[in-house]
Ligand binder design. Structure first.
Ligand code: F6P
Length: 319
């Protein structure tokens, strides 16, 4: 194999740059030329493709976002988009592709593999919602950023003896909420995957205040409901002085943590080795601290399972 392409797709995630760098440098170290594709599958179809050198990926290891840019491009599900993408790959002599992104990106990678272009998918999303991997690139950074914001919110909550209901990202997945909730000592964590009682949460908060606690923090995953709607419900069960926050896209930005940089580097390097072995249609993951692969097609029949034991544990810890 002489030439590979690389793109980032879907929502950006901190560590995507580190993964691109790892793919590029590993390929170059093995005599393979690398072409960067801007704006994900949209850029592939439009032919926004450029040759990369070692310098192209200098000084990006520590940068958030994706210097290749990204886009959500559902049109790539259609045959027309896929055929145009393949035309562009052929035009540039690209033989295989590494795709870094979330669920939609895997559909694109699989479609290309089925059409004869070996593609490997790396899990790049803050949501940690990809099956067959304990961690996705960007998750640790997003949790660290959110926990840092919540630490600050707690200062003001304590000063006013307020309750804060805080929405964190994650789409339909509660992993960010659970990890951030534990890390920030939240009184309650509410995730879409598990039942919850707003009345029980209100009672817990009342008891905490009665016991002398000077603030309340409730983390609500965005897949449950908005923090405003949650607060409306909460106020039916208690007369709290309360505010809401939506942490939003700040969770996607910023320098990747050391964990994300290392995870992205390992996965990027591994992806190139897989392509060199002639493999494609695979999703790279990390399970029990070991890199692994699964057929992308199997991902679509599976669901990510979070560590829901964190919910009960946190309930005990935050009394
Ligand atoms: O998938 C990452 C994510 O940040 C989700 O947590 C969130 O629901 C969504 O993307 C937001 O998408 P957009 O940036 O397109 O508004």
């Amino acid at each position: 194999m002489k030439r590979i392409g690389i793109l980032t797709s879907g929502g950006d995630a901190p560590g995507m740059n580190a993964a691109v760098r790892a793919v590029a440098r590993t390929a170059m170290a093995n005599g393979i030329e690398v072409f960067g594709i801007r704006y994900g599958f949209a850029g592939l179809v439009a032919g926004d493709i450029f040759p990369m050198t070692s310098d192209s990926v200098a000084n990006i290891l520590t940068r958030g976002g994706t210097f290749l840019y990204t886009a959500r491009y559902p049109e790539f599900a259609q045959e027309e988009g896929q055929l145009r993408g393949i035309e562009q790959l052929k035009k540039h002599g690209i033989e295989a592709l590494v795709v870094i992104g979330g669920d939609g990106s895997y559909h694109g990678a699989l479609a290309l593999t089925k059409r004869g272009f070996n593609s490997i998918g790396l899990p790049g999303t803050i949501d940690n919602d990809i099956p067959f991997t304990d961690l996705t690139i960007g998750f640790d950074t997003a949790c660290t950023t959110a926990a840092d914001a919540i630490d600050k919110i707690r200062d003001t909550a304590s000063s006013h003896q307020r309750v804060f209901v805080i929405n964190v990202m994650g789409r339909d997945c509660g992993d960010i909420a659970m990890r951030v909730g534990v890390a920030s000592g939240a009184d309650a964590i509410v995730v879409p995957e598990k039942p919850y009682s707003i009345e029980a949460i209100a009672n817990k908060l009342k008891k905490s205040f009665a016991n002398g606690k000077d603030h309340g923090i409730v983390i609500v995953a965005e897949g449950v409901m908005s923090s405003d709607d949650f607060l409306k419900e909460l106020l039916k069960y208690g007369d709290f002085d309360a505010r809401t926050e939506v942490l939003g896209h700040m969770q996607r930005g910023g320098e990747p943590t050391v964990s994300d940089r290392v995870l992205a580097s390992k996965m990027g390097s591994y992806a190139v080795k897989l392509l060199m072995e002639g493999k494609g249609g695979l999703a790279v993951g990390i399970e029990d601290n070991h890199l692994c692969t699964h057929d992308i097609v199997d991902l679509f029949d599976s669901h990510h399972v979070g560590d829901y034991s964190l919910l009960a544990m946190n309930d005990d810890l935050s009394r």
